[in-house]
Design a protein around this ligand. Sequence first.
Ligand code: B12
Length: 222
Amino acid sequence: MTSFEEISQAIEDGKGKQVKRLIEDAMEEGISPEEVLNQGLLPAMERVSRKYQNEQVFVPEVILASRAMEVGTAVLEEYMKEQAPREPLGTVVIGTVKGDLHNIGKNLVAMMLRGLGLTVYDLGYDVEVDTFIGKAREYQADIICMSAMLTTTMPEMKKVIGKLVNRRLRDQYIVMVGGAPVTEAFSRNIGADIYTRDAGSAALMAREAVLAKRQREPQPMS
Ligand code: B12
């Protein structure tokens, strides 16, 4: 039996290959990707964060754990895709804002959105204001999702929304923001549509928002 603790420990130790093997074993045993995420992957990063804050581990260990987390996320995503509804629900562009290299949380949000049937274009990290807007237009996105993990990069989110307003594009997109330092009050203050604390609720709210947007849009003549 694969234990969630083993998965967490392998992530903490930065052992990507072991993480992959353990997750595949868990999937074969019939454990759901969500269980592995919530009980294996997320607790591992919480532990790493706590140890980093207490100076029990330093940047190199955090980077190794982050890479193992990325491996784990990619493996889980493959299994989640198999369960995703076939009919595409809507389109999302997602990225971490300019100046910010944190991408683990953003990757998890992308994975959960895909799992609910949304088509996700991941723009990566350190994403420029114009890239968010340009790609949203190019892919005819319904949602622009922005992640920020540094208090110093949060204002980038406001810049994206400001530019959407200036270019008279604001009404075309649902803007969703998140990341550890982001709050509901900040989200409201910058004029975003949705803020949630975690990847699971982000996906559920995104789905609801896209369905509501579809109802508002004029239907094509049959
Ligand atoms: C891992 C990590 C790193 C790694 C990043 C690796 C990577 N590939 O991402 C490395 C080592 C590179 C790093 C670097 C730095 N980091 Co760092 N890092 C962290 C750490 C320990 C964990 C972050 C993480 O991955 N958490 C796990 C994931 C799962 O959680 P999450 O990101 O919060 O995401 C969840 C939610 O927030 C939400 N969410 C996230 N995005 C979005 C988006 C949307 C739309 C929605 C709806 C929801 C959502 O859903 C996610 C899943 O549920 C945090 C500590 C912490 N407490 O957060 C510090 C932390 C974020 N880092 C910090 C700092 C200061 C730095 C550095 C400046 C350090 C330095 N002195 O060099 C650099 C900055 C580099 C840069 N320019 O970005 C500070 C930020 C302080 C602040 N408030 O500004 C923190 C808080 C640590 C601390 N207490 O000092 N870091």
